[in-house]
Ligand binder design. Structure first.
Ligand code: DC
Length: 208
């Protein structure tokens, strides 16, 4: 059983990369951001408060990992709400427990998020930290919104990314940071294919 842990800030390209890696190695994949988003959506749908840890933790304990729908959970408002409930230690404990159970699936798993290499799977055989400059990440997010027929201006998207980074890196419980033994992949000047090849070389060397 092999676990590959992939962490990094929002819009660094770790989602695409994680799916490609899982496909290439025949491993199960969990985007742990979706678990935080699912809790946020359940709270929003039920008009429950986003700042009540007891209620959010109860909801977190009921999340079904097999029913996470990326297309529904991708909404911007859900991401914003998710980063608020992600600061709550009891919510994190409930979700981390489910994520760890997932990580034990055979023949192997790829988990991506913010604290996989540091907290969820500290014994993962391979840890990657995928990053890119805030400007590059904002540019990608901006283009994605336009391509999907939406409207946004670059400055607003960049400010959003900066706010999300500050919340993810600044929280007291499980802040976003590279594990000491993580391999860094900076995708600022890399296309998807180059990032995938870089990741593959690291993984193959680690699993040899
Ligand atoms: O990667 P994402 O945008 O789907 O994540 C949504 C929020 O969930 C993000 O603000 C940080 C949080 N998150 C987290 O705290 N820990 C994880 N392992 C994954 C996501």
């Amino acid at each position: 059983m092999t676990t590959i842990a992939i962490d990094g800030p929002a819009a660094a390209g770790k989602g695409t990369l994680s799916r490609q890696i899982a496909d290439a190695y025949g491993f199960h994949h969990l985007d742990t951001g979706l678990t935080y988003r699912a809790v946020a959506k359940a709270l929003l749908d039920a008009a429950l408060p986003l700042d009540d840890e007891t209620i959010a933790t109860k909801v977190a304990g009921e999340i079904d990992l097999s029913g996470l729908d990326r297309s529904v959970l991708a909404a911007h408002a859900i991401g914003e709400a998710a980063s608020k409930i992600a600061v709550m230690p009891d919510v994190r404990r409930a979700l981390v427990e489910a994520q760890r159970a997932f990580s034990r699936k055979t023949p192997g798993t790829v988990l991506d998020g913010r604290d996989i290499g540091t907290v969820v799977c500290p014994d993962a055989e391979v840890k990657l930290y995928v990053t890119a400059s805030p400007e590059v990440r904002a540019g990608r997010r901006h283009q994605e919104i336009i391509a999907n027929g939406g409207k946004a201006d670059f400055a607003t998207v960049l400010a959003d990314i900066a706010r999300r980074d500050a919340r993810d890196m600044g929280r007291a419980d499980s802040p976003l940071r590279p594990a000491e033994d993580a391999h860094l992949i900076d995708t600022s000047t890399m296309g998807i294919e180059a990032a995938f090849q870089a990741a593959r070389a690291i993984i193959d060397a680690a699993l040899k």
